[in-house]
Write a protein that binds this ligand. Structure first.
Ligand code: ZN
Length: 340
């Protein structure tokens, strides 16, 4: 683990200052953790030495833990958690552009409410990372985000799609957006998460859904076979319908710790189903919601020689990689403090 050189950082910023003074000072985001959710994270923040400043701030009767940090340093913290420094450089760079896009879209949404960017809702992990590979991936993509028709758009990423991605409306419902597409043939098939099996008992499902579950079935799938809707059938024949995403979410909320090898955790909604008496056998693929960039697919593409632009174009063919260089893109660094 190599330390990130503060001298190098100052020199980089100084050179940018001479090139374009608007890029320097105001590139900051603030991340916050809600009261009651913050004890563990608070300890983690103070003990692991996050970049930028960390402080508590009272905001409308509640305390927020604020990390005021340069957005590029924040992206390095995301990369360290979402991939890690041992991943191929071009995959790290693709992830950096995705993470920066999410951060900017969500930060700007929060600013319109006079709020801080909420790390607990940010769709990406965040920790401390100063490894030279991660820092290089951030620097080599500095300021770049994914845009549609000239504007940054919310994008998604996940661990492993299982061979085919899906679109957001299939997972979270909502309006179909023209900028999002699904990939039919992802190269993640030999990843550690490509296939899995789970066995759920009637008793377990009955406890999860708080009704006696006699059976359940997949009603609808997307074109790749990923479950979209599920029906649970109770002992009286009463049916309980839900989206497959909700089915997964409710199981995982009762599964305990969320990690791939937890046999009570449902890794994805990409599975087939077979029932034998009291047991339901699920044969599944992938890990995560399956929308947007597949991290293990990106890794395999990078290992095969693809660069980060090619990786991003594969998963987001309708989006463009756009450098953000205008002063107004960087916002007012005091906007949260003034409104809270
Ligand atoms: Zn994949």
């Amino acid at each position: 683990m190599l330390k990130y050189s503060s001298t190098r950082k100052k020199l980089r910023l100084l050179s940018l200052y001479f090139l374009c003074p608007f890029l320097v000072a105001a590139e900051e985001i603030r991340v916050c953790l809600k009261e009651g959710e913050s004890v563990r994270s608070l300890t983690r923040n103070f003990t692991s030495g996050y970049r930028g400043s960390v402080y508590l701030k009272k905001n409308g009767g509640r305390w927020l833990l604020i990390n005021q940090v340069d957005i590029e340093d924040y992206i390095a913290g995301v990369l360290g958690q979402e991939m890690g420094p041992d991943w191929p450089m071009e995959a790290l760079k693709a992830q950096a552009v995705c993470a920066r896009t999410v951060a900017r879209v969500k930060r700007d949404e929060a600013r319109t409410r006079g709020a801080a960017y909420d790390i607990t809702l940010s769709h990406q992990l965040y920790g401390q990372c100063e490894h030279e590979n991660v820092v290089a991936a951030v620097e080599e993509t500095q300021g770049q985000v994914l845009t549609f028709e000239g504007k940054p758009v919310m994008i998604f990423f996940h661990t492993c799609c299982g061979g085919a991605t899906t679109t957001p409306e299939n997972v979270w419902s909502g309006t179909i957006q023209p900028c999002w597409t699904a990939v039919a043939s992802c190269s993640c098939s030999n990843s550690p998460y490509a296939t899995w099996q789970r066995t759920f008992t009637r008793d377990f499902l009955s406890r999860v859904f708080q009704t006696h579950v006699r059976t359940f079935q997949i009603n609808q799938t997307d074109s790749a076979g990923r479950a979209l809707t599920i029906t649970l059938v109770g002992s009286t024949g009463k049916e309980l319908k839900m989206t497959a995403a909700e089915f997964r979410s409710r199981i995982n909320s009762r599964a305990g710790t969320i990690f791939f090898n937890n046999q009570l955790m449902l890794p994805s909604t990409f599975f087939t189903l077979r029932q034998d008496g009291e047991n339901f056998f699920l044969q599944g693929r992938g890990y995560g919601h399956g929308v947007g960039l597949c991290q293990w697919g990106a890794r395999r593409m990078a290992e095969a020689g693809a660069n980060y632009a090619e990786i991003l174009h594969f998963y987001f063919p309708l989006l463009e990689i756009t450098p953000t260089i205008k002063k107004e893109d960087y916002g007012n660094k005091d906007s949260f403090q003034n409104k809270s």
